[in-house]
Design a protein around this ligand. Structure first.
Ligand SMILES: [Zn+2]
Length: 81
């Protein structure tokens, strides 16, 4: 149900993915947990970082905007398995 913005969605939007990986120093703007998703507003260049939880909460709103999304949650899953 919850709409997620994946790298595939970013490709559909016609934007290029940023190659700089998120690190443990990158923190969610909402709760200061480690950030796994970076969102950049194409118009303003404003960058936001989200943990998986808060990205889920904001993804619906972000889906209507022109944004560049870097989603590193897959690396979280890989390292956990
Ligand atoms: Zn958070």
């Amino acid at each position: 149900m919850g709409a997620t913005v994946s790298s595939a969605d970013a490709a559909v939007l016609g934007v290029s993915m940023m190659s700089v990986p998120l690190t443990v120093q990158d923190r969610c703007d909402r709760c200061s947990a480690q950030a796994y998703v970076r969102v950049m507003m194409s118009a303003s260049g404003l960058e936001m970082l989200f943990c998986g939880h808060h990205f889920e909460q904001n993804s619906a709103a972000l889906a209507g905007c022109s944004v560049v999304v870097t989603d590193d949650r897959q690396s979280l899953r890989l390292s956990a398995s």
